[in-house]
Write a protein that binds this ligand. Structure first.
Ligand code: ADP
Ligand code: MG
Length: 635
């Protein structure tokens, strides 16, 4: 058995010794830390009983750093040295960070000596800081809170991330935990954590069931569909709106206060106070029918207003309706009907607004789950998982801390290995990736499962081959084949493939690391490091070859159909000579030469392509009513 058992020195599970582990919800607006004590999970509050830590960090000119509520208070007087919503910057390049809207801080545009762009840094009075550093300050504060409350050092933490976070964003999150001195037991998807908090993974009928997680936070909205698959939650689809949340509700109320209190455009500090009053009114209206708004403005003017639930709901209804479009989208993307969803979990502080619950319930046509505090539910789920991973539940069937020793992937055109699950991923795990067909009318697909870190399949280890047959004939690139890699807690890999349009399925079970000794694994890893740069070259070359072959095949197919109709003899021979030029470079040329030849052929055939396209549009429109055409276009 080559699966590596993770056990740190001095940390083997001793019986009856409770190991301190926490779950952390590292949110855009708010962060929380939770743990399992005497068998039940709970969020850890500060000395005033406040469970939430605002995700805000302030850097003072005296090198002081404040985190949480203290930092949020400083935001009013010193906004430029206060960093909020740092989660949006995690794992982003300088370019991507510059393109983000709503960032009040200044970015440093320094380059290093080699002229390379550096990681984006935010300018503060306490020095320039990276997103990872800022985030690590928040984690540090949570760690401290936990260690004080629990009276000991933490073994580790499960930190949650949005399901849509990519590798760079996940890695950045891990880096910030390491910087905070936290051992990450696992990163967990936020929607999965919420589902675990409700115990949806442990229900009798869990296998195959589909749950929807609706998460409306301070500034973002996410909706995810999960399917329980052999003890693992598989993320079927995610959608959302990165600029929609409780902040927008606050702004609606501010507008209402301004027009009813006859206040004109105001300075930033008045604006802050208006926003605070709005937020407090909003929170009151989640439990009361009316909220009193009373505020003294700078010019000695006092405003006293009363906002009732009906007026409030009327003004925010359009915002809430906007969350339903992503809900429709996830269902469509996952190919799931509303009626198949067996539970809808409400997550995020803004789902405390009764109208949000009501509208979501109406949309999914079922009661939504709200028993667990929606702003704590993610941290609670993470805590439950952390408790298991720390080894406090030896009888749990999820306690395995195994990792995949070598990446698992699939062979794509050109003999390239596309990694689906990266090495060192903790199991159990399920990951899906979409592939498509290469040829027009292709009705079968050969799937080759490989293991290893190298770019070329020939340098990896072959694990299994199987075929997906009976794909309905479609044009190349139209079929959507979803390949799911799933490794259960015992390290057994199942690979399945499904063609989404037709629903055709095929699958195979594989023992991923069977027969590989630790030594072999080490050799394969060493090889991959030594050959990294060569591998990149061969990958580029292989990719160019595939591209070139595809272009040639497409041209051949087109010319066979209608060359005589759209090309005169000269044009035809010109195209054919470009074609043979490209054919020659495929075998002997470098990646750049092939690329060049592809471009020349594409340029040379653009006129022909256009003529064909125009003709096909004319054919499509001929004899059809406007309605029919609109329907086609909407498809
Ligand atoms: P995030 O996941 O973005 O960090 P949260 O889930 O903590 O954010 O949600 C924060 C939002 O929830 C804020 O806009 C806050 O005003 C809102 N909120 C918190 N409590 C309530 C409440 N009782 N009623 C309505 N909104 C609330
Ligand atoms: Mg959240």
């Amino acid at each position: 058995m080559a699966l590596l058992q993770i056990s740190e020195p001095g940390q083997s599970a001793a019986p009856h010794q409770h190991r301190l582990a926490v779950g952390i919800d590292l949110g855009t607006t708010n962060s929380l830390v939770a743990t399992v004590r005497s068998g039940s999970p709970a969020v850890l509050a500060d000395e005033n009983g406040e469970p939430v830590v605002p995700s805000v960090v302030h850097y003072g000119s005296d090198a002081s750093v404040s985190v949480g509520a203290k930092a949020a208070a400083l935001a009013i007087v010193d906004p430029l040295n206060c960093i909020s919503s740092v989660k949006r910057l995690m794992g982003k390049s300088l370019q991507e960070t510059r393109e983000l809207t709503g960032l009040v801080n200044t970015l440093s545009d320094s380059t290093d000596e080699s002229g390379e762009m550096q990681v984006p840094r935010i300018v503060t009075a306490g020095g320039n800081v990276t997103a990872v550093e800022v985030s690590s300050r928040i984690l540090e504060a949570l760690k401290l809170r936990a260690e004080e409350a629990l009276g000991g050092e933490l073994v580790g933490a499960v930190v949650t991330v949005p399901a849509y976070f990519d590798d760079a964003q996940r890695q950045a999150t891990k880096d910030s935990a390491r910087m905070a001195g936290l051992h990450v037991l696992r990163l967990l998807n936020e929607p999965t954590a919420a589902a675990i908090a409700y115990g949806l993974d442990r229900q009798m009928e869990a296998e195959g069931s589909i749950v929807a997680i609706y998460d409306l936070g301070g500034g973002t909205f996410d909706v995810s569909l999960l399917r329980m698959n052999r003890g693992v939650f598989e993320v079927l689809a995610t959608a959302g709106d990165t600029a929609l949340g409780g902040d927008d509700i606050d702004r609606e109320i501010v507008d209402w206060i301004c027009s009813n209190g006859e206040i004109a455009a105001s300075d930033p500090s008045t604006m802050r106070r208006l926003l605070e009053a709005a937020k407090s009114a909003k929170e009151q209206l989640s439990s009361a029918q009316t909220a009193a708004i009373k505020l003294n403005l700078n010019d000695e003017k006092t405003i006293e207003l009363e906002l009732n639930r009906t007026d409030f709901e009327q003004m925010i209804e359009p915002l809430i309706k906007r969350t339903l479009a992503p809900c429709r989208r996830v269902l469509r993307d996952a190919g799931v009907d509303k009626s198949e969803v067996t539970a809808v979990v409400m997550v995020g502080g803004s789902t405390r607004v009764p109208l949000v619950r009501q509208q979501t319930g109406e949309f999914f046509q079922r009661d939504v789950l709200t028993d667990i505090n929606p702003d704590e539910v993610v941290a609670i789920g993470a805590a439950i998982q952390a408790d298991i991973l720390a080894g406090n539940k030896p009888d749990s069937d999820m306690l395995l801390l195994d990792v995949i020793p070598l990446s698992l992937g699939i062979e794509t055109m050109g003999g390239l290995a596309e990694k689906v699950i990266q090495r060192n991923t903790t199991i159990p795990i399920a990951r899906a990736q979409e592939f498509t067909t290469y040829k027009d009318g292709q009705t079968a697909m050969a799937l080759h499962v490989v293991q290893g870190e190298r770019e070329m399949v020939s340098d990896c280890r072959s694990l299994a081959r199987f075929e997906l047959r009976d794909i309905p004939p479609m044009v190349a690139g139209k079929a959507r084949i979803q390949v799911v890699f799933q490794v259960d807690a015992d390290g057994l890999l199942t690979v399945s493939a499904i063609e989404r349009e037709s629903g055709v399925v095929a699958s195979i079970d594989v023992k991923p690391s069977y027969g590989l000794s630790d030594n072999e694994i080490e050799t394969m890893l060493r090889d991959s490091m030594e050959n990294a740069s060569d591998d990149m070259q061969s990958r580029k070359l292989a990719e160019q070859r595939v591209e070139a072959e595809r272009v040639i095949e497409a041209l051949d197919a087109a010319m066979q159909q209608d060359a005589d109709e759209f090309l005169d003899a000269d044009e035809k021979s010109q195209l054919l000579s470009l074609r043979s030029g490209l054919q020659d470079t495929i075998d002997s040329g470098s990646a750049a030469e092939i690329k060049n030849a592809v471009e020349m052929l594409e340029k040379g055939s653009s006129e022909y392509v256009e003529r064909r396209m125009n003709a096909s549009v004319r054919r499509m429109m001929a004899g059809q009513s406007v309605n029919e055409i609109e329907e086609k276009l909407a498809d």
